[in-house]
Design a protein around this ligand. Structure first.
Ligand code: CRA
Length: 801
């Protein structure tokens, strides 16, 4: 598409779709007009892909996820269609700067963190490799809350991404299903029938997802809840205006908000309703599509692969059995086997508080038929395995992990270590009974977003050096390995990093009034705030460093800027204390005239996908410091390594694999491993002993306790100090000494810029395996048995073993 054509298309949309003219148009108007013009270019490949999939009558993949953290879509589409230059030229010919227009788009934050962002990377990779697939989820009216800081404390406000027209979606009033809740179950002429007491309509909204080079496009179908009857005219006529609107308000609450936590179970009736709502709508849609092409439901597993993204859609097991058995008359045992043939389940966490359980009372009242089917499934499993030591139900609760496991033909973890721990801990008994079922699929990230568009300087350098093929064959990055020894390449690589840091520095100056020196090491920890992720370990180290610099202000210190980003779940009090502590420490340290040329701390509020795209390319050091055994995988860790930040990290999640691939000498390892963590936890008084043994740690904790960061308010952070001195479940105190040691090694390493750049280049060169294309191809061959429909992609020899 030429610049002129694109320009004409933009002007036409501005006029005919938005009803405005160039003199009056706001940046948002221009952005929407550009989005429509780009969207027009997606529709043809999208139709072509849908038709190719229909013609092939092959297997389709369905990714069911409560969360899709897709962020901004316009840049993705422009990049994947190869229209960056035309778009930029068209915009400037209209007197606008493309970057300004792109950053006007609100982030679609329909997810909390890693799990939701992984789902978004997977969608893009599924399209890139040409696998016919649908993402299914909920069209939340309000995504993840907006975070601001008031006196250093987190304040949440509702997010409003749908306030402006959403340019990417197509509403499908014709694709709607009635979803029931409650009611009675009765037997009728040998068939079981469920008559729900209430119901809502699930209506589809489709967003096309375009892969690299526009070769293939899939659909993200999000369900929105609507009332079965919009309006009660009788009540209205009686003057009961609010009552008349009640059915609509009640129904809509189901897709109103994203539950704001990814690791603690939200024991709410509404959450279970949300889960069943989108799962049931998706399964109805999947069966409808299957039956439009085939007639024998026993063939379902050959044509349909359904991936359950964590247990949130685990009700899919009993729901699919119900549809096959109650509705379509398949014998129960056969229905269970057929459903299992379609379903597979990804576990994303071993944290006990995040493993979903629903009380039988709640489930029985909302989903009476499903509860009885769960009993039947459980009984069938018991009959097949008389020696089993587990059940799906315990203490009046249904354990969704066990249900998902028993109803899936494959169960996967998200990193090698996490999968091993799954076998040894949460699912040890089920693993003994089904040793072939668990497998590993290490997470990945899409290189289109996380390298190509987030880091154009590095991308240009890579393309100049080895051609553009790395973008969808990321292992080709190995070809730059020899260039780590090339002084000219190292200089260019360093210059790209430097320019990214300067850009971030001016952003921080403009947006936050903070001035940082781009020469300093940018040390970044961005992720949800959680005790197991140990942002408090990082801030303790900052305090100790500040104290030491203060003791010896003329010392030869390596200047650092520590940057934090992340939200705490609104109900997670301790995490919010950590935020308050970081902000309070930052305030004191940043205003210390003696130390501030060596150490600064910044915590920009409202961390989201777009901010990550800014921060990661500008980072030197990536903080991946979770308590070993707790972070299932991590995906931020992969983004940093690809963009040439060195990792300081524990042997946790995918850090283990990153370190293996980039080389131990290019990774700063510290801390206890998962086995040592378990052993140490069993030792009485481990925290007190650690503090006694390390005067630096003791002094840092004393400063917090004595009010150094809470002038006039001693005791503000007592909860943190006493936790770290006593129970310290996440072993912050016990890992502190080794963390400090590793950080000082980082300081020394950073001073030798040649050696540092060599290490950074090797991180980029050796991280290609972390492409989500590799992950998706591996799911396709090892779990879904699905074929890609592009000539040059699909399940071919490049699958990892
Ligand atoms: N919080 C894990 O904790 C992992 C992602 C994606 C998480 C991360 O280590 O990278 O999933 N788990 O696999 C989760 O959401 C419900 O569990 C996460 O994002």
């Amino acid at each position: 598409m030429t610049t002129t054509e694109l320009r004409e298309a933009i002007l036409a949309h501005l006029k005919y779709a938005l009803g405005t003219d160039p003199d009056r148009a706001s940046v948002t108007d221009w952005r929407i007009a550009l989005s429509y013009a780009i969207r027009d270019r997606i529709v043809d490949p999208w139709f072509a892909s849908t038709q190719a999939a229909e013609a092939a009558k092959g297997k389709r993949v369905y990714y069911l996820s409560m969360e899709f953290l897709i962020g901004r879509l316009l840049e993705d589409a422009v990049v994947n269609l190869g229209l960056m230059e035309s778009a930029s030229a068209a915009m400037s010919s209209l007197g606008l700067d493309l970057d300004t227009v792109l950053s006007d788009e609100p982030d679609a934050a329909l997810g909390n963190g890693g799990l939701g962002r992984l789902a978004a990377c997977f969608l893009e990779s599924l399209a890139t490799v040409g696998c016919p697939a649908y993402g299914y989820g909920i069209r939340y009216e309000h995504g993840l809350f907006r975070q601001s800081f008031v006196d250093g404390r987190q304040v949440e406000s509702p997010e409003d991404w749908l306030r402006q027209p959403h340019a990417w979606e197509f509403e499908r009033p014709g694709a709607a299903f009635e979803i029931g809740f409650g009611g009675r179950v009765a037997s009728n002429a040998g068939r079981t029938e469920w008559t729900p007491a209430e119901s809502v309509v699930a209506e589809a909204y489709d967003t096309p997802v375009i892969g690299w080079k526009g070769r293939w496009a899939n659909t993200l179908r999000l369900w929105s809840a609507k009332p079965t009857t919009f309006f009660d005219l009788d009540r209205f006529n009686r003057g009961d205006y609010y009552g008349a609107a009640e059915p609509e308000a009640l129904a809509r609450t189901i897709s109103r908000v994203l539950y704001p936590d990814d690791t603690t179970e939200e024991g709410k009736r509404l959450r279970l309703k949300q889960e069943y709502f989108f799962t049931a709508a998706s399964l109805n849609d999947i069966l409808r599509r299957f039956l439009s092409e085939h007639d024998d439901l026993r063939q379902l597993p050959r044509k349909v692969a359904i991936q359950l993204n964590d247990t949130h859609p685990a009700i899919a097991g009993p729901e699919l059995v119900r549809l096959l058995h109650d509705v379509h008359g398949m014998p129960l045992d056969e229905a269970i086997v057929t459903a299992r043939g379609c379903l597979s389940y990804t576990n994303h966490t071993l944290l006990p508080e995040a493993l979903e359980r629903w009380s039988e009372g709640l489930m029985g009242s909302l989903l009476p038929r499903h509860l009885s089917l769960i009993e039947r499934i459980d009984a069938a499993h018991a009959a097949a395995h008389p020696d089993r030591g587990i059940t799906m139900r315990e203490n009046g609760e249904v354990k969704m992990g066990e249900l998902a496991f028993c109803m899936a033909h494959k169960v996967n973890g998200v990193s090698a270590l996490h999968t091993e721990l799954m076998k040894r801990t949460v699912f040890s008994e089920l693993h003994r009974l089904h040793p072939e079922r668990i497998l590993n699929q290490t997470n990945g990230v899409t290189p289109r977003r996380w390298v190509l568009s987030a880091n154009p300087r590095l991308s240009g350098l890579l393309t100049d050096a080895i051609g553009e093929e790395w973008v969808d064959d990321l292992e080709r990055l190995h070809e730059i390995e020899p260039l780590a020894e090339d002084a000219g390449f190292r200089e260019d690589y360093a210059a790209a990093k430097r320019a990214n840091k300067e850009e971030l520095a001016s952003y921080l100056r403009a947006e936050r009034g903070v001035s940082v020196d781009p020469e300093a090491m940018f040390d970044v920890q961005i992720k949800r705030i959680h005790e197991y992720k140990r942002q408090h370990l990082n801030i303790l180290e900052a305090i100790a460093l500040w104290q030491e610099i203060g003791d010896n202000p003329n010392g030869d210190w390596t200047p650092r800027v520590k940057i934090f980003g992340g939200k705490a779940a609104p109900g997670y009090v301790f995490a919010k204390e950590i935020i308050h502590l970081i902000n309070s420490v930052a305030q004191v340290i940043n205003s210390d005239p003696v130390t501030s040329k060596f150490l600064k701390i910044d915590y920009p509020a409202n961390y989201n996908v777009s901010l990550a795209e800014r921060l990661i390319p500008a980072s030197d050091l990536s903080e991946q410091i979770s308590t070993a055994g707790k972070e299932a995988s991590g995906t931020g860790n992969m983004k940093f390594a690809l963009n040439g930040a060195l990792t300081i990290g524990t042997l946790d999640g995918a850090n283990v694999e990153i370190r293996e691939l980039v080389g131990a000498e290019n990774f700063f390892l510290f801390g206890m491993d998962a086995d040592e963590v378990m052993a140490r936890r069993a030792i009485d008084g481990h925290a007190a002993r650690a503090i006694e043994a390390d005067p630096r740690l003791a002094r840092a904790l004393d400063a917090i306790r004595d009010g150094a960061f809470s002038p006039g308010e001693r005791g503000r952070f007592d909860a943190i100090v006493s936790n770290l001195s006593q129970a310290d479940y996440f072993l912050v105190s016990s890992d502190f000494t080794d963390y400090w040691r590793a950080q000082r090694e980082v300081d020394v390493a950073y001073r030798d810029r040649t050696a540092w750049m060599r290490m950074a280049i090797l991180n980029t060169a050796r991280s290609g395996w972390f492409s989500s294309d590799r992950t998706i191809r591996s799911y396709m061959s090892q779990i879904w048995n699905a074929q890609g429909l592009l000539a040059d992609a699909g399940t071919d020899g490049r699958d990892e073993g």
